[in-house]
Design a protein around this ligand. Structure first.
Ligand code: HEM
Length: 499
């Protein structure tokens, strides 16, 4: 017994000794780090104001819970500005992060992208998107791939797609709206935007597309959750879903390759994204391998489907709230149809000239995007130490370009919480209105989103009137992560019978 007690005291003495050494070592390391930081930063400017909170966690939980409602994130940004001033630091998922003052800060980020900062996604989202997806690329590689993809999204490309998008819209209203008394607008607008984007790469209606829709939902849920790659968790399921989607894409590529080889691609498809990506010469480092094509097809769904589907649903919401807006849109769209009838043209066709004539309708969508942008911002990482407005921002910090301050700032948008499309009669101050981002990663699908949303609204107001089932509801709007009402814009619908 005595032996075992003395043994125990020896062990304890040994443990105390080890503890002492550990404490001493940590203290020495901390002192060394503090002294070296002092010498490194003594001549430097101060860090931006703000609070880092707890180690690693920082403001992560606070930010994530704020961003779950549209009002929450606006108020969170506002509160930080009141506390710390127009630019402030916080810690997000372990990363020191800064939101710069606006609009100058947004301009600074966008104009210096590629030199002092580059795009940065949380690693689990980069994994889900894949290494070739345009949105995750930086520098020269990004420029090269963007040039390649841009030709499917410029104005000339829109002139080629508009007819297919228009036919898709007509079909959509026949299938989803005709004969209905009540419907969930968000479900139908998302179904429209999904099918429109799929059409751009010839994934037509049918069981394969239904499968992609289903798996895509699982995939998207995994992009906006905790990145735990274990069975049963959403991120794990998302990776599995990606595998299924890529199998469908493999089938599409194989089929089209065969059609190209046998020279039997239908004329209408000869200039679609798939055909062009498969037939462009394999220049520039074998750019167009299958992995490249599949990563970017998936990116188009990710970037374009919920963003424009959600915006359309919230536009339907705001129009229902403001009957004079409905009347004005109606008049604008009727003029377009009347002109066609007068010229003996088919009233069911639309051209890019018609899209340009939908000026008021576009203002209504712009106002929706100001109040409820699908993306409130995203991240860039500093690749050098920066000096900005008297502050030092170290290399490796995140910069969060963010539209929540400028979109609601009374200095730039009078009475900012009011839905008022007439404010778009004058152009906004540069970098105050950024629902589509800015700089080298500016939304590639801007023209596509604009054209397809306007085509949808054209057919909607020409054929239907609607009202909200919950007319008194005016927020708070949910963000998960895209803005929506709590009933997903449930509306009562009446078909307009032409007199
Ligand atoms: C209302 C509709 C839309 C909004 C508000 C929107 C918004 C945005 C934003 C904010 C970014 C920049 C993200 C960043 O800086 O990190 C972006 C990028 C992108 N968007 Fe859109 N988007 C919309 C529709 C679309 C559509 C319909 C497509 C294509 C079918 C599309 C394709 C893309 C692509 C490919 C990128 C990545 C560009 C790059 O990294 O170079 N978007 N979008």
């Amino acid at each position: 017994m005595a032996t075992s007690w003395s043994g125990l005291s020896f062990v304890l003495a040994d443990q105390s000794y080890m503890t002492l050494i550990t404490v001493l070592a940590v203290t020495v390391l901390w002192l060394l780090w503090s002294v070296s930081s002092y010498f490194r930063y003594r001549n430097r400017l101060p860090l931006p104001p703000g609070n880092f909170g707890l180690p690693f966690i920082g403001q992560t939980i606070e930010y994530i819970s704020a961003v779950s409602t549209a009002d929450g994130i606006r108020q969170w940004v506002q509160k930080q500005i009141e506390r710390h001033g127009p630019l402030f630091k916080y810690r997000f998922m372990g990363n020191p992060t800064v939101i710069l003052d606006q609009p100058e800060g947004n301009k600074f980020i966008f104009q210096n992208e590629g030199t002092s900062n580059h795009i940065s996604w949380p690693s689990h989202i980069s994994t889900l998107l894949g290494p070739h997806a345009l949105a995750v690329l930086t520098g020269e590689r990004h420029k090269l791939v963007r040039r390649h993809l841009h030709r499917f999204f410029d104005h000339a490309a829109m002139s080629r797609y508009i007819d297919a998008v228009n036919r898709n819209a007509i079909q959509h209203f026949t299938n989803h709206w005709q004969g209905k008394e009540q419907l969930v607008a968000l479900d139908t607008t998302k179904s429209f935007t999904f099918s429109t984007i799929c059409k751009a790469f010839s994934l037509e209606e049918g069981p394969l597309r239904d499968r992609v829709v289903e798996e895509f939902h699982t995939w998207a849920e995994g992009a906006f959750c905790l990145p735990i790659n274990l069975p049963g968790f959403r991120h794990y399921k998302a990776l599995k879903a990606k595998g299924v989607i890529f199998k469908v894409f493999d089938g599409l590529l194989e089929q089209r390759r065969q059609e190209i080889a046998e020279d039997r691609v239908p004329e209408a498809l000869q200039k679609d994204i798939l055909n062009s990506l498969l037939t462009v010469p394999d220049e520039e480092e074998n750019l167009l391998g299958d992995s490249f094509i599949k990563d970017n097809l998936l990116l188009l769904l990710f970037a374009g489907f919920d963003t424009s589907g959600g915006t359309l649903a919230m536009t339907i919401f705001y129009i229902a709230k403001h009957p004079h807006v409905y009347e004005q849109i109606m008049q604008e769209q009727k003029l377009i149809t009347d002109e066609k009838l007068k010229n003996g043209e088919d009233e069911n066709t639309l051209t890019m000239e018609d899209i340009s004539a939908m000026k008021y309708t576009w203002k209504v969508i712009q106002e929706t995007l100001r109040l409820l942008p699908p993306a409130v911002g995203s991240y860039r990482k500093t690749v050098t130490d920066l000096e900005y407005k008297g502050y030092h921002i170290p290399k490796g910090w995140l910069l969060n370009w963010n539209n929540q301050h400028s979109h609601y700032n009374p200095k730039y948008f009078k009475d900012p919480l009011k839905f008022d499309p007439s404010r778009w009669e004058t152009s906004p101050v540069p970098f105050t209105y950024i629902p589509f981002g800015g700089g080298p990663h500016l939304c590639l699908g801007y023209e596509f989103a604009k054209m397809s949303m306007l085509v949808f609204i054209h057919h909607l107001v020409r054929n239907y009137s609607w009202s909200l089932v919950d007319p008194n509801y005016d927020g708070p709007f949910i963000r998960d992560p895209f803005p929506r009402t709590r009933d997903n814009v449930l509306i009562s619908v009446k078909q307009i019978i032409a007199s």
